[in-house]
Design a binder for this molecule. Structure first.
Ligand SMILES: Nc1ncnc2c1ncn2[C@@H]1O[C@H](COP(=O)(O)OP(=O)(O)OP(=O)(O)O)[C@@H](O)[C@H]1O
Ligand SMILES: [Mg+2]
Length: 251
């Protein structure tokens, strides 16, 4: 299989007053279609900066980024937005859902920006995405009527609705307890294995990285190490081996 993304000597500098912050100092790696990559590193190491560039939400100061073989530098704003919408689904730590808006409508949102999608198509595709995250029965609930883990699943459904080839997630389990984190990781492994989605998942936590097939460790804006995971853990097994507690409700 080919590379879904390739980055070469990527640098990102931020000018803050008279200072230059070098967030990425020349990062190179490639991700094959179908991989499940985690990006780790301490706070300030450049993880979010990296992911925002991979998601075409930000541009590198220098270096190359090829998304599915296309050099993003050569695209104008509209072409870049189209490519991003087609290829990438983004999941954030803060679920970024619209309040007072149903789960279904939140998931429909990315389709509103697409021409030629009928109202019915939009509903159908959003329902399919909600089914993928096992929340179809909550389609008419607003975010405040859902748990944190359920809200994150709505956000994942929103990322899936355009049928992207790649999911980028920035600390998507950062606000969740262990059990709910493992539920989200079970879903991520399913999306990776059953639906063939490439996943790039930023996390602080080694036990979350253990569910991925490879880890890139960033340190001060450079790759400190890039290692395949020989012993990928099953999130479902990890979930099932947690002690059962009445405090939790498993949906
Ligand atoms: N818009 C910005 N303007 C100025 N500096 C920035 C900006 N965004 C990030 N930085 C700086 O770049 C460096 C990397 O930040 P980044 O947010 O990528 O780190 P991170 O690894 O995601 O950290 P965390 O784990 O805390 O989320 C930091 O020193 C940060 O202060
Ligand atoms: Mg970050």
């Amino acid at each position: 299989m080919g590379f879904i993304l390739e980055i070469k000597e990527l640098k990102r500098e931020f000018v803050v007053g008279s200072q230059i912050v070098r967030a990425l100092k020349g990062v190179s790696f490639s991700v094959e279609t179908g991989e499940f990559l985690t990006i780790m590193g301490s706070s300030g190491s450049g993880k979010s900066t990296m992911l925002n560039i991979l998601g075409c939400l930000d541009k590198a100061t220098s270096g190359e980024y090829l998304l599915d073989g296309v050099n993003v530098k050569q695209l104008d704003r509209d072409a870049l937005a189209t490519l991003r919408n087609k290829k990438i689904g983004f999941v954030f730590q803060a679920y970024n859902l619209l309040p007072r808006t149903s789960a279904l409508e939140n998931v429909e949102l990315p389709l509103l920006y697409q021409k030629g999608v009928s109202h019915k198509d939009r509903r159908d595709r959003a329902m399919t995405a909600l089914e993928q995250v096992k929340l179809a029965d909550r389609y008419d609930h607003t975010p405040s009527q859902l748990s944190g883990g359920q809200q994150q699943r709505v956000a994942i459904a929103r990322a899936l609705v355009n049928e992207p080839v790649m999911i980028l997630a920035d600390e998507a389990t950062g606000n969740l307890d262990t059990r709910t984190s493992y539920e989200i990781m079970t879903l991520m492994q399913e999306l990776n294995q059953d639906h063939k989605k490439t996943i790039v998942f930023v996390t602080h936590e080694p036990d979350i990285a253990a569910f991925s097939s490879r880890t890139v460790m960033l340190r001060d804006g450079i790759v400190q190490r890039d290692t395949p995971n020989a012993n990928i853990k099953s999130a479902r097994e990890a979930l099932n081996s947690l002690p059962v507690s009445d405090d939790y409700q498993i949906s």
